[in-house]
Design a protein around this ligand. Sequence first.
Ligand SMILES: Cc1cc2nc3c(=O)[nH]c(=O)nc-3n(C[C@H](O)[C@H](O)[C@H](O)COP(=O)(O)OP(=O)(O)OC[C@H]3O[C@@H](n4cnc5c(N)ncnc54)[C@H](O)[C@@H]3O)c2cc1C
Length: 380
Amino acid sequence: MVLELTPEQQAFKKSVERFAREVVAPRAAAIDESGDYPLDVMRAAGARGLLGITIPHAWGGSGLDCVSYALAIEAIARASATVAVALSVSTSLVAELIAHAGSERQKQQWLRALARGEAIGAFALSEIDAGTDAANQKTRATKSGGRYRITGRKVWVANADAASVAIVFASTRPDARSHGVTAFLVPMDTPGVTRSARADSLGVRGLGCQDLELDVTVGDAAVLGPVDEGFRLAMWALRGGRVAIAAQALGIGEAALDEAIAYAKRREVFGQPIASYQAIQWMLADMATELGAARMLTWKAAASKDRQDKDMVDASMAKLAASEAAHRAADKAMQILASAGYRRGSTVERLFRDVRATEIYQGTSEAQRMIIAASILTNS
Ligand SMILES: Cc1cc2nc3c(=O)[nH]c(=O)nc-3n(C[C@H](O)[C@H](O)[C@H](O)COP(=O)(O)OP(=O)(O)OC[C@H]3O[C@@H](n4cnc5c(N)ncnc54)[C@H](O)[C@@H]3O)c2cc1C
């Protein structure tokens, strides 16, 4: 077993770390403070191929593997959790799904622009009563005269502020739950798409989350993949998305560890740097160990996706382990910085707020535990 990155993966990691340091990090505090969508940073990321890392060369992407993608998301999240998740939604949940299930025409229309960051994608699955129970779709797509009328309300649609296209999931067979959901590619400027409420959130501020009111009519050309198989496609996309959120959590956790180490070395209490006290050393040791363990699960899940293994449970384990390890790391960093961390505007205060969402979106920790438990109970 080789647990080392290839020279290409290491070089790519270094180049993304430089981009994160030079372009993303200087904007992180302002994005958080204003809550404004960082379109300029997204365009800059797109120009460097960072919105199409896993998309094939033929469609304008970088054609790299999911391990490289996870490395990139971690590096960017270390600078800004918001930019990392905005980028991952457009890549994992939209561009990759179009590459996987889209028609030639849909790829021509969207994939190249998404891979280059000229277009941003959004993923509209959640509803008021369809979060963890995502199959409980109340948005309806009714066909008449050869066209679908889609009506309903989607909530928490990340990237909606700037997206050119959204993948909208709607029920085409209301009694069939997950077997009667269809995915549609809906341009955001379609008449009848209304951005109705912008979410003001605790963390990952600037993610451009909006509720969408929908009363749109689209043709067959908008159907993504087979009719009634949209739920399966959503779950396919969420596998890559969960690897990305695991990587995002690692980036936040590593940033918390960076802050804690630097502060522990410079802060003197009772005439000594607090890093000399065992209580502080143990917190740092636990942070590094738990993040390191979660990184192994994340790379394993990314490699399993690269091999197209059928079992998706690795992605759930990675997301669960990384988000909870990062949460604990942010909490310990806050304890080590004490009042300096608790102060509004400190980096640790931002990380402490940002990390919480990683245990909620793309499936809560409870949802991941349900998936993992179902898998181990079935397979053993
Ligand atoms: C910042 C942010 C961005 C988001 N971006 C998007 C996006 O781009 N697109 C999108 O479609 N959605 C998005 N979401 C929505 C997100 O996916 C949902 O919030 C998430 O799936 C949880 O759904 P819920 O909030 O309705 O919680 P609920 O489903 O109401 O769950 C409430 C609580 O009950 C628990 N629970 C539920 N069922 C069970 C069970 N059977 N057993 C044990 N516990 C259970 C949950 O784990 C949770 O703790 C976003 C959310 C946030 C916060």
